[in-house]
Ligand binder design. Sequence first.
Ligand code: LLP
Length: 427
Amino acid sequence: MTADVNAAGHLTIGGCDVVSLAEMYGTPLYVYDEHTIREMCRAFVDGFASEYPDSHISYSSKAFATPALALILEDEHVGMDVVTGGELAVARAAEFPAADLNFHGNNKGLAELDEALDYGVGLITVDSMFEINLLDEAARMKGKTQQVLLRVSPSIDGHTHLLTSTGVLDQKFGFPIETGQAEEAVKHALSKANLDVAGIHFHLGSPLFELEPYTQAIPYVLEFVAQMREHGFNQRIFSPGGGFAIGYVSETPPPEVSDYAGAISASVQEACDRFGLDEPRLILEPGRAIVGRAGVALYSVGGIKDIPGVRKYVSVDGGMGDNIRPVLYGAGYSAVKANGLTEPVAGAVTIAGKYCESGDLLVKDAQLPSLDTGDLLAIAASGAYCLSMASNYNMSLRPAVVLVNDGEARLIRRRETYDDLLAQSIL
Ligand code: LLP
C-alpha cells in the first residue's frame, strides 16, 4: 500500500528505499509494511463490524508468525489462531491475551493441549473423537472447563488448489456432516463434563476467490446447527474460517474485504432467521489477507543464463527455501526491478532460485527491464506462507525480516547463521 518510487528510480516501501535496506541487511530480505498490516486489520475489523456487530477477527498465524506481529495484532484488536505449541509460543512471547487465542489443528498432542490449558486460551477447536476425549481428560486433570468449537466438514468445494482445499468430504479436517459423524461428535462433546461446546467451525480452503462457497456452506452448516438443538446444543459462536484471497498477479484480482463481509454476514443473518437461531458471535480467520500484501521479498541477481531462442534464466540468491509456493502450488507472483522501477520492459525472463532443483523457479516469464548481476528484484505479495513455510534446504540460511513504517526500518528477525544451522546437531 505504501509502495512508491523515489528520485533515484528505486522502489520505496513505508518510506524506506529498498536498495538501502538490501545494502544494510543483505538479501534475500523480507520487508513488511506496518501500515499495510494495520490497514488490513482495520479493513477486516471494521468491514465485518459494520455488517455484523458481534464479529471478531482472529488472525491465522500460520501465514506468518512472529512476536512483533502479535503486538501489532493486539493493538488492532485482532485475535490469533495457532495450530501448534510453536505458534502458541510465539503468542506467549508477545504476552498475547490468552482469551483471544484459538487453538486449531487436526492432531494436537497432549503436551500442546496442556500448554494451551495452562496459558488459558479462550478457544480450542477440536477435530476428532480422539481429541474430544484427550482434551476433556486434560481439562479434568487441571480442574478446568475448556470452551471449544467443533470443526465440521460441509462437503463444499471452495474451488481452490487441491492441496489447500478443506471443505470437501474426502480430506483430513473436520467431522463430516454428510455422513452423520458431525452429529455423533456434537453428542459426544456435549456429554463431556470438562468441555463447554460453544459453537461450530468450518474452513473451506484457501485462497477462495469466489464468495459462493461461503454462501453455500453457511446455510448448510447452520441448518445442521439448528438440528443439533434436539441434543441440547446451544450455539454461541460460529466460525466460517478464513481463506480470503489477495492479488498475486493482475489477471486474478481478489474480492474486496467488504464483499466477503457483506456476503458472509448476510448469509449468517438469513440462515439464522430461516432456522430460528439466535445470531451467534461470528469469528473470521484471515491469515493471508492480513499479511500477504504487506510483505515484499528482495533478491539480488546473480548469474544470468540466456538459452538462445529458448529462455533466459535470471538466478537470485533465494528461491524455494524461502518461498516454496510456486513449486508446491504452481503459485504465480509478480516481480519488479527494485533499483530501476521506471525502466522500460526489455522482455520476459524466468527468475530462478539458487536451490539444487530444476523446479526451483520463483516467477516464470516475468516481463522486466534489462537485468544485470547485482540488480535487485522485488517480488510482491510475499508476506503470507513464504517465511512460515521456509526451510533450510541445502543447508541454506533463512532470510532476515524488517518491518518498515514512516521511513524507519526495524529488524524483527535476524538472518540465520551457520551456528544456528549446526546448533541442533550432535557430532
Ligand atoms: N483457518 C483455518 C482453519 C485454516 O486452516 C486456515 C489456513 C486459515 C484459517 C487461514 O487461511 P487464509 O485466510 O490464510 O487463506 N500454505 C497455503 C495455505 C494453507 C492454508 C492452510 N489453512 C498457501 O501457501 O497458499
